[in-house]
Design a protein. Structure first.
Length: 91
């Protein structure tokens, strides 16, 4: 599902509503011009004062069969879009 529209018109709310209707859990990732393949596959975090790398929303969605809501995909660099495209094509 591709939703295109101006900022603040409710695209994310509509996607959340559709997930609720389908009984599907979702993950959320927001892309930007500085997104990298690494940043969409691993998420840094802090645990007990240590930096840890955990699965990103993209990876969690793939592993758990969840819907992935990709926001601002049009702003992502070509290499990131290529990775997303190959994941969609491969199912």
């Amino acid at each position: 599902l591709l939703l295109i529209g101006n900022q603040g018109v409710g695209k994310n709310k509509l996607a959340d509503y559709m997930c609720a209707l389908l009984g599907a859990e979702r993950e959320y990732i927001q892309l930007h011009r500085d997104s990298t393949v690494g940043s969409v596959t691993l998420s840094p975090g802090l645990r007990n004062g240590l930096v840890v790398y955990e699965d990103s929303p993209l990876v969690r969605a793939a592993i758990n069969g969840r819907v992935l809501l990709v926001d601002e995909a049009d702003k992502a660099p070509l290499e990131v879009v290529s990775v997303l495209k190959s994941l969609v094509e491969d199912g």
